[in-house]
Write a protein that binds this ligand. Sequence first.
Ligand code: FAD
Ligand code: SAM
Length: 630
Amino acid sequence: MSRDTSHQSFTSHRAIALAETGFSSNAEGIPYSQAFGDVYHSADGGTAQARHVFLAGNRLPGRWQGRESFTILETGFGLGLNFLETWRALDEEPSGPSRMHFISVEKYPLSPTALAEAHARWPEHATRSRELAGAWPLPLAGFHRLHLAGGRISLTLLLGDASALLPQLTASVDAFYLDGFAPSRNPDMWSAAVFEQLARLAAPGATLATWTVAGAVRDGLGACGFAVEKRTGFGSKREMLAGHLAKPPIRQGPPAHQSTHERRAIVIGAGLSGATCAERLAARGWTVEVIERHSAPALEASGNPAGLAAPVINLADAPNAQLSRAAFLYALRHFAALGELPEPATRVGGVLRIARDEREAERFAGLLRDLSYPAALARFADRAEGSAMAGRPVARAGIWFPSGTHVSPGAICAASLARHAARIHCRFGIRAARLEADTNDWKVFDEAGTCVASAPVLVVASALDARSYVQTTGIRLETVRGQVSLFRPAGGQGLDIAVTGERHAVTLPDGRIMLGATFQPGDDGVELRAADHAANIALVESMLPGLCTGLDPGRLEGRVGFRAATPDRLPAFGPLSAEHPGLHVATGLGARGLVWAPLCAEWLAAHITGEPSPVALDLAAGFSPERFRN
Ligand SMILES: Cc1cc2nc3c(=O)[nH]c(=O)nc-3n(C[C@H](O)[C@H](O)[C@H](O)COP(=O)(O)OP(=O)(O)OC[C@H]3O[C@@H](n4cnc5c(N)ncnc54)[C@H](O)[C@@H]3O)c2cc1C
Ligand SMILES: C[S@@+](CC[C@H](N)C(=O)[O-])C[C@H]1O[C@@H](n2cnc3c(N)ncnc32)[C@H](O)[C@@H]1O
């Protein structure tokens, strides 16, 4: 197999599954890549090499002592041995950083099974290896952030080509592990373009280490501002390289509010946006005051009994599809990490999207063929299969999202606010009416003009109300009314999965069926309408014939909510403008709050704390509130 032809297909198609490298073992039993004609680690020992070359070469663990957070960037995740050894070193040091970011770029990720098999040779890593394999992402190009070791380690895997993905990374890196295959066989990993990115990402005092002393590598690193020196190599290798950034870093330090060491924030709003932002900040040791005008969380848009989570799919794999896929995969991990949800609990049953008509069914089939997603993300399901999954007849074929889910947004909010209860203080029954900045803090005033909270960082997560302050009027949000219909099915027969299309239908944990939802831009009527129930019934009947037989729209229960939607239907998370340092918004979740909120909240928390971004730069630009500035 030639490496020039075997791995090219996906680089320009970010959705396409990554091919595995020709992974095998050489005559000595060392993991070997047929495509590159090279071994994954030294024949003298993979983990010992990791300790000698990469940890000691970067003066670790010594250099991370006393640090709150420390960031390592590796080129070539491979078997993850360097990662496991770094994790072990952290495990052995409870006084080390409370947050370790390990970022690794890998073009040919192994399957979790291949990883687990390879790790079997290092029984001392059995527990860590199991946790890694359990969290391992689907083989989809792009950024994948995994939280491991109880949240102490964030592993951000950049699946794809190093020279394409490193320019998409926002991070301030303390130590680099350069571990491509031999430069002569794997020049892409040792190119000037890659070295320039390392220099761009280097934090003040950044160091690097690698097992190779190839002249081109020394020269290339030197040309980008790294001073390198030869040290004693590992095993049969006489020498290795260690180095440090010898010029002023390109990345400046964190914004002023981050260097105060005052890790306090206010969040306005206790819906999905506010609760997930509070949780992500509190997970980083921040103390968060949540100001909510109602007497409990999730009483507005996030108060529906259930919402569906599934990614957007389109043939072009446009940025909205790429971002929604990354957000969906992160949301699933996030929901799982919240553990047992308060009732009503998560119901992971998969989501089936039924085609509107036969033409759309054909389009779905073609789309899924062309995108060649892993079946665990999405695949075509014909009508018979869809009917078997739903437990009742469906009208047409569709797209099956096996890991799609429906869940109570309120349960997610409650679990998020409870997760770090000691650091999240909810203050209910207060309407944040006015904001004011003084030298150090943002102050929030209630309607009586009393200052109710102050902190260096403020996150306005109050959905449509987020645009009501003089500092935030620039955000463009539209009200989109939605009415759901609720009924108890005759004979108690429900749906085994969530079904979606022009409407949703799900069975709630209490046995009722929820049909949702109308989509009425610009309509702010709060009353329940029989005509809207009738519209929900008609569209659900066109997907699930007979489900609603005999229902009287005039007598149905329901609920009305209002989505806060942006013109381009992408969220708005981040700082609004440089004029208001410390002020951020978290809104615009529109019709997909369950999908967007966790990843956007993680992005915002990383941005606020100056930690590596979990989202590629070009995709993060899609949800920046700054896009509304003229
Ligand atoms: C009918 C309907 C169906 C939906 N279905 C789905 C679905 O299937 N899947 C999906 O992913 N998403 C769905 N959504 C969208 C999802 O529910 C929303 O995107 C999400 O809940 C929005 O969360 P939020 O925190 O931004 O807003 P909200 O939940 O509205 O929270 C904002 C909070 O801010 C508080 N607040 C506002 N102003 C102030 C103030 N001045 N001071 C203090 N507090 C304030 C409010 O009281 C509220 O609690 C649906 C939405 C609707 C309406
Ligand atoms: C020597 S192995 C890495 C070993 C690994 N660090 C470990 O601890 O097990 C080199 C890795 O670089 C990856 N790789 C090769 N070319 C790449 C490229 N252009 N972009 C990203 N990764 C690449 C290979 O797939 C392989 O996994």
